[in-house]
Design a binder for this molecule. Structure first.
Ligand code: ARG
Length: 456
């Protein structure tokens, strides 16, 4: 059934109907569509636009339709133009004229803008919960490994010693910001377009604030053209999801590296690893690779939305039907990624001995060696140069800062004494890095406590 009967002599060409239809991807909004219609009908009656009998018939009809779709008793017609058309058609088939009155002072343009908002509001809440779980897992791991010394890197070169707990808490900070961005975008989305009608409002005496309130919005959108044309919330949320995927992808990339035999900093649980069809020795971190790969999908969804919207004159244009596949795919993808990632991380074990071994090579305590000379009164630049010469000497002799004899130290700078060995001790290097936000175990524990307090 098409809603736009009257002007047309023929039904839409069947293949063109498939092309035009959005039912394959918008039927997931059936609950929201019905919720919006119930609020709209209640308002129409309160404003004396429809009778009490009509409201009753509509309410009962829609409530039954929702329950039957949920139970599987009522199948959504795959040939319907969209979910709005399907629900209205089904209602009218059941309750007759009352069903035909539901669409008074409403258009599918404000209806679809409403449904997406209602749907995404719930999707935001679910995602918020997953992020909270992920941060909780990170806090537990960071607490467990607060004193596990590992190399920190710049340019993928060993740089300075940090702790594994410190490294994990860096991701917790990013995810806290992701949560905040999500809440912020949700707040801006939470205004109702319902009652803007096709684009120009209506001559009926409607009460848009009433439906906005009934549907849990912070208010009604204030310009009817904007209300039906706006998809900022889709673009904004997909931006938020894209940034989140950047974080998950960077983390995944590190886990891929850490799982390699070259690093072996972590071991994934067998339940979250995969094997090879030919190489019996393989244990692959597929989940993390997929997350890294799927980040591209979400960025693609953002590009789809930006490009679909950028040339559209006001108000509604059919191009906007493309919004749903992109925004739903972005949310679905992130949800799937987190569903796999959270238990994978939770069951991942760190191998602190290997981290420590890696930290003991590569001269990551060279800065501390220079700082030691500074403590003896040498200006930092000179201390830096002397330490550089010491590192070069170690490399030449195949030694480390720990194994280089004191005479060799003294030959380069006579300010050295055997206190240098204490100064470059890895545990000391890490324990002394107590500046705000630093990697010392006690700082990590403080960060964990702070983040736990904020992670609600
Ligand atoms: N299926 C349409 C969409 O998703 C609903 C709005 C249709 N409005 C219209 N004027 N054709 O955008």
């Amino acid at each position: 059934m098409q809603l736009w009967q009257g002007r047309f002599q023929k039904a839409l060409d069947p293949k063109t109907n498939d092309f035009n239809s959005s039912i394959k991807f918008d039927s997931r909004m059936f609950r929201e569509d019905i919720e919006g219609s119930l609020a709209h009908a209640a308002m129409l009656h309160a404003q004396e636009i429809i009778s009490a009998e009509d409201l009753k018939a509509i309410t009962e009809g829609l409530t039954a339709i929702k329950a039957e779709i949920e139970s599987g008793e009522l199948e959504i017609d795959p040939n319907a133009e969209d979910i709005h058309t399907f629900v209205e058609g089904e209602l009218t088939a059941r309750v007759g004229a009352a069903g035909k009155r539901l669409h008074t002072a409403r258009s599918r343009n404000d209806q679809v803008a409403l449904d997406i908002r209602l749907y995404l509001r719930k999707a935001c809440d679910a995602l918020y919960g997953q992020l909270t779980d992920l941060i909780a897992v990170l806090c537990n791991k960071a607490e467990q490994y607060n004193s596990a010394v590992m190399p920190g890197y710049t340019h993928m070169q060993r740089a300075q010693p940090i702790t594994f707990g410190h490294h994990l808490m860096a991701y917790a900070e990013m995810l806290l910001r992701d949560k905040e961005r999500l809440l912020d975008a949700k707040k801006r989305m939470n205004y109702s377009p319902l009652g803007a009608c096709a684009l120009a409002g209506t001559t009926y005496n409607t009460d848009r604030e009433m439906t906005a309130k009934a549907l849990g919005f912070d208010g009604a959108m204030q310009n009817s053209l904007d209300a039906v044309s706006d998809r900022d919330f889709c673009m904004e949320l997909t931006s938020v999801l894209s940034i989140l995927m950047v974080h998950l992808s960077r983390f995944s990339e590190e886990i891929v590296l850490w799982c390699s035999w070259e690093f072996k900093f972590v071991e994934l649980d067998d339940a979250f690893s995969t094997g090879s069809s030919i190489m019996p020795q393989k244990k692959n971190p597929d989940i993390t690779e997929l997350i890294r790969g799927k980040s591209g999908r979400v960025f693609g969804d953002l590009m789809t939305l930006l490009t679909a919207m950028k040339g559209l004159p006001l108000a509604y244009n059919k191009d906007m039907q493309e919004d749903k596949e992109a925004i739903f795919d972005a949310f679905d993808t992130v949800e799937m990624c987190l569903t796999a990632f959270i238990p994978m991380l939770d069951t991942m074990t760190a191998l602190p001995e290997n981290m420590r071994k890696a930290a003991a090579g590569g001269f990551i305590n060279a800065t501390d060696c220079a700082d030691y000379l500074v403590s003896k009164g040498l200006p930092f630049r000179d201390a830096y140069k002397a330490t550089g010469e010491i590192v070069a000497l170690c490399i030449e002799k195949g030694l480390t800062l720990e194994t280089l004899p004191l005479e060799s130290y003294k030959a380069i700078c006579d300010l050295f004494d055997d206190g240098v060995y204490k100064a470059i001790d890895l545990d000391k290097c890490v324990n002394d890095r107590t500046s705000l936000g630093g990697p010392a175990p006690k700082n990590v524990l403080a960060q964990v406590e702070r983040v736990r307090g904020l992670n609600r």
